[in-house]
Design a protein around this ligand. Structure first.
Ligand SMILES: Nc1ncnc2c1ncn2[C@@H]1O[C@H](COP(=O)(O)OP(=O)(O)OP(=O)(O)O)[C@@H](O)[C@H]1O
Length: 323
């Protein structure tokens, strides 16, 4: 966002408490017209709570939220928001067009405006060819596009998407991403909550990590990666066999992070690749058998793992001494 741009969404010092639990603790966020902001964060960090607060469904304990200059919760503010929830909220037996007409009427569009809005939304969500199909015969990716079309019928200034591509195949995901990109190019500000870090990296001008009730760090994906890793490379180990507890502890103490299967581990190493030289032999000496060692440029996924670790977990890579 350029410093001069007036944000479509402005969140200032937002606090939300549930009972004794402070979920949001002085959160700030600004999204400009045409900007796609990726909201990242571990499960339970408060992403949905932030979205619900922006939409006026949760009352904050402190702070301000304005949408296109209107205070959150007011009718004028709601008129500027298009919300695409994670769950599909569609009439399955009606056609795509009938669904959109129904949503248009429900959202208060006049009859004569509804058909124009539906035609525009069908085009924008690339749904024209399926307009007359009943929703229940569509695949997951198409249904999600109908969900988006329903949210943009009133041409909102701010489009909020909560995990828009969960459970869809790669082609459908790419199509959805193109739809979101086109909407941002038409001037919509987009808040995209996602666990899909690859998607955030390709789609979002800026991303932020919601942790401990605030969004930090925040910046361009490339900028954040460069700042955090300072040119280091990510070393990925694929193991031949399962680790003993002792071997596992040794890797963890040496700053390795386990992938989802625990047969894959990663660690940051020197930019010139020297860290990986002789690594397989060193690991073998402590009984850790490696199938493959790869080097790659770190991505947002590496940053996410890095930020998710406790500071005390981080140590230099000293596998020999540690094991
Ligand atoms: N209405 C509520 N009353 C009490 N606690 C709540 C309420 N809504 C959310 N929470 C709590 O607030 C925390 C944040 O939840 P939230 O759903 O916003 O997280 P999230 O980042 O969206 O998670 P996920 O990625 O899993 O959807 C959680 O601990 C949740 O249990």
């Amino acid at each position: 966002m350029t410093p001069a741009a007036t944000p479509i969404l402005a969140v200032e010092a937002l606090e939300v408490r549930f009972g004794t639990r402070n979920v949001l603790r002085g959160l700030n966020l600004a999204i400009a017209s045409g900007e796609i902001f990726g909201l990242l964060g571990p499960n339970g960090a408060g992403k949905t709570t932030l979205i619900r607060t922006i939409c006026g469904r949760v009352t904050p304990t402190a702070g301000d939220v304005t949408i296109a200059g209107h205070k959150r919760g007011k009718r004028a503010a709601l008129n500027h928001i298009g919300l695409v929830p994670q769950e599909l909220a569609l009439y399955m037996h009606l056609s795509v067009r009938e669904n959109l007409v129904a949503f248009g009427r429900l959202s208060g569009l006049r009859r004569k405006d509804t058909h124009r809005a539906v035609d525009w939304a069908l085009e924008a969500a690339r749904l024209r060819e399926r307009a007359d199909d009943p929703v229940d015969i569509l695949s997951g990716g198409w249904k999600r596009r109908v969900n988006i079309a329903a949210a943009i019928l009133h041409n909102p200034s701010l489009l909020i998407l909560d995990e828009p591509t969960v459970g869809v195949d790669v082609d459908a995901r790419n199509e959805l991403q193109d739809v979101i990109r086109d909407l941002s190019l038409s001037g919509m500000a987009v808040l995209l909550a996602t666990h899909d870090l690859d998607q955030a990296e390709t789609l979002c001008a800026t991303v932020g990590f919601l942790r401990d009730g605030v969004i930090a760090p925040k910046g361009t994906p490339r900028g954040l990666i460069a700042e955090t890793f300072e040119g280091q490379k990510e070393i990925i180990l694929e193991l031949r066999r399962k680790l003993t507890k002792k071997q596992r502890d040794a890797l963890v103490r040496s700053s390795f992070i386990a992938g989802t299967s625990e047969m894959s581990w990663s660690v940051m190493g020197a930019a010139d690749g020297s860290t990986s030289v002789g690594l397989a032999e060193r690991l073998e000496r402590v009984g850790i058998l490696v199938r493959e060692i790869r080097l790659r440029e770190p991505g947002l996924d590496s940053l996410f793992l890095h930020l998710s670790r406790k500071k005390t977990d981080r140590a230099p890579m000293v596998i020999e001494e540690a094991a």
